[in-house]
Design a protein around this ligand. Sequence first.
Ligand code: KIV
Length: 272
Amino acid sequence: MAGYLVDDARKVTTHRLKEMKEQGKKIAMLTSYDYTTAKIVDGAGVDIILVGDSASNVMAGNQTTLPITIDQMIYHARSVVRGVKRALVVCDMPFGTYQVNATDGVRNAIRIMQETGCDALKLEGGVEILDTVKKILEAGIPVMGHLGLMPQSINKYGTYTVRAKEEAEAEKLLSDARALAEVGCCALVLEKIPASLTARVVSEIPIPVIGIGGGPADGQVLVIDDMLGKTQGFAPRFLRRYADLNSVMTDAIGRYVTDVKSGDFPNEKEQY
Ligand code: KIV
């Protein structure tokens, strides 16, 4: 079956991710927010499942990732963990749960780990949150960094355009990436930056770099609703659509409506 191209059925660990980078094996990462989807994603051979705060957009219909709460993220992550056997499950720390101070950040990080059973957490930011990242790591919690376009800071930037095109911002991103790798992050997401900058980060830091709109890296991540074509009107250049679930679902649901209204469903075999 296409998709079962996994040559290693063992549970993916942060150690395994590092090995994959060293061996030049690409890492496939995808978001999931519920049990049924996570089970399919895991069975299809995805290495990392991200319970992204993009749940705020695609699950809850918000304009940004800011409104999603820690309780809502815990609900999504717990559901995903129940459906996963092999993939590493990473949960986003939502906006407001780690920016206030390190103590607050560690407390919220421990709560998410305890209540969800996920394997690692993802935080957006560089040197500004380094102290918090260090303390979370010291608590024994693997951390994935996230630089470039950081949706939790949308109100600071005002647009979702490509980041770090200017030299100063590119240099800041490079030093943030080095700092996150040095303190012990297990991987780094780079969102919507020039491919040449991603290539520099990939070659300079020893931890896996996962791209989204950043060109080739050690791995790639997409939002599942986007790559399956459930979302509409969102077509950035980096998004490859692997299905048109919007059409498939609309057609199936339309036929169901027709069958119910005509009395064709349920038929004799579909009743007791
Ligand atoms: O929340 C999310 O889905 C993400 C990915 C876009 C990397 O952070």
